[in-house]
Design a protein around this ligand. Structure first.
Ligand SMILES: Cc1ncc(COP(=O)(O)O)c(C=O)c1O
Length: 375
């Protein structure tokens, strides 16, 4: 058993994938083949945005986004204290200071109510991360950003396909709300390639042109370098695969939602675990199905599941503040990011994917309920 069963998923869509790969092999257009633009256009249509700029991976996408916004060394960028490290890493690489904001213990996302108190005269942007499949409280994030004239970057590596609902009932897809968003096509992500890939998404035409240029060594015309850039391309094979997988994304998401519902029902009356919380303003695409279990029991449950052949994963075992690499580089307005630290000791993600059948899921449910009885 695996956290995500990409092998079975491949078997399910094999004919389409094989044809798409063969087409690239036949054309030998491995770099910037026509599939790259076709995929970007199709993703733009799916998200209902004018510009999708493919790149090599989700980490590059974040770096290019910050460069495209014109952020400079010495600027401060607000980020959540409980997240994957990529955003913090690129902020530091660009000579800027990550300013940590604690997270909401229910949604795991940045606590929008705590952002304003961290804004300083050097703050230029907020990078929000839509963690595990659910959007941040974007309306509140935007209110602070508008008040202090800050850019909003959405790291949407984990929640492609989720929808945010504003208080006036207007809805938008995750990754189409801030000034720019980034995503990753790492194989296990909601839209996963068969290797690395990423993209930037924006409605701002000038910004789109800048980031396209940065991702291409700062050139628009070949050998005319207008600005400092990097080499970050989505390769044609991955684009061809992603075109196929984009056609299935909503079906895959719906299957994960059904699995999540069955988990919810099964764990409803369990006293030792808390199933994922659903924010009223966001739909959930269940990139992860993440339980909360008291500190002492989380590792014990993980070990117990392992003995039953059931994988589980801790995303993430340390908060950003506790990471050796970042500890001295981040700024915080409180000595300890309490909720982030607490979550890193209590979260446990269990398998969820588009190919999971009832028998496999029942096995996981019974093991977790069995652990409850064992206590
Ligand atoms: C929230 C988040 N941001 C960024 C990234 C980086 O993406 P990549 O691995 O494609 O560089 C990831 C990947 O795990 C992620 O989960």
């Amino acid at each position: 058993m695996r956290m995500v069963d990409l092998q079975s998923q491949y078997v399910h869509i094999k004919k389409e994938i094989d044809e798409a790969i063969q087409e690239v092999l036949n054309s030998a257009a491995f770099i910037n083949g026509p599939q790259v633009k076709a995929f970007a256009d199709e993703l733009a249509t799916y998200l209902d945005v004018p510009h999708v700029i493919p790149c090599a991976n989700g980490t590059d996408a974040l770096q290019i986004a910050l460069m495209g916004l014109g952020l400079k060394a010495g600027d401060e960028v607000i980020v959540p204290a409980f997240t994957y490290a990529a955003a913090i890493e690129v902020i530091v690489l660009l000579g800027m200071t990550p300013v940590l904001v604690d997270v909401d213990p229910d949604t795991f996302n940045i606590d929008a109510g705590q952002i304003e108190q961290t804004v300083s005269s050097r703050t230029k942007a907020i990078v929000v991360v839509h963690l595990f499949g659910q959007c941040c409280d974007m309306e509140r994030v935007l209110n602070v950003a508008n008040k202090y004239n800050l850019f909003v970057v959405e790291d949407n590596a984990q929640s492609l396909g989720a929808t945010y609902t504003f208080s006036n009932r207007k809805t938008k897809k995750a990754g189409t709300i801030g000034h720019i968003s980034t995503t990753s096509f790492f194989p296990t992500k909601p839209l996963g390639a068969y290797g690395d890939g990423g993209a930037l998404i924006t409605s701002d035409s000038k910004l789109a042109e800048r980031v396209r240029c940065i991702a291409n060594h700062g050139q628009k015309e070949k050998f005319h370098h207008r600005m400092i850039g990097c080499n970050s391309r989505l390769d044609t094979l991955q684009a061809a695969i992603l075109r196929v997988k984009l056609r299935h994304i909503d079906t895959f998401t719906e299957t994960r939602r059904q699995i999540a519902l069955r988990y919810d029902e099964a764990f409803h009356s369990c006293t030792h675990i808390i199933p994922p919380y659903r924010a009223s303003y966001s739909s959930h695409v269940y990139h992860q199905y993440t339980l909360r279990i008291s500190n002492a029991e989380r590792n014990d449950l993980k070990d117990y599941l392992h003995t039953k052949g059931i994988p589980s994963a801790v995303y993430y075992p340390l908060s950003i503040q506790e990471q050796t690499a970042f500890r001295v580089l981040v700024r915080t307005t409180q000595p300890v990011m309490r909720e982030a630290a607490r979550l890193s000791r209590s979260v446990l993600s269990i398998p969820i994917h588009s190919e999971m059948d009832d028998a496999v899921q029942n096995n996981i449910i019974n093991a977790i309920l069995g652990y409850g009885k064992k206590r």
